[in-house]
Design a protein around this ligand. Structure first.
Ligand code: F3S
Length: 63
């Protein structure tokens, strides 16, 4: 699974950090860092994070 976060859209809501802390990390209010290639054991968490982002900034590509 590959992910991209649209950083222009991201407003720092941090739902992703809360749901998948091993993949997303927030540095300051809006500087989101993420692991583009998501390990297998994090897929479900990342799907939930993508669904939970209030501005749909997380794009998930499969496989
Ligand atoms: Fe940004 Fe959405 Fe996460 S706004 S911090 S990608 S929940």
């Amino acid at each position: 699974m590959q992910i991209v976060v649209d950083l222009n859209r991201c407003q720092g809501y941090a739902q992703c950090v809360f749901l998948a802390p091993q993949v997303f990390e927030l540095h300051g209010e809006e500087a989101l860092m993420f692991t583009p290639t998501v390990p297998e054991d994090q897929h479900e968490r990342v799907r939930r994070a993508a669904a939970a982002c209030p501005v749909q900034a997380i794009l998930v590509g499969e496989p």
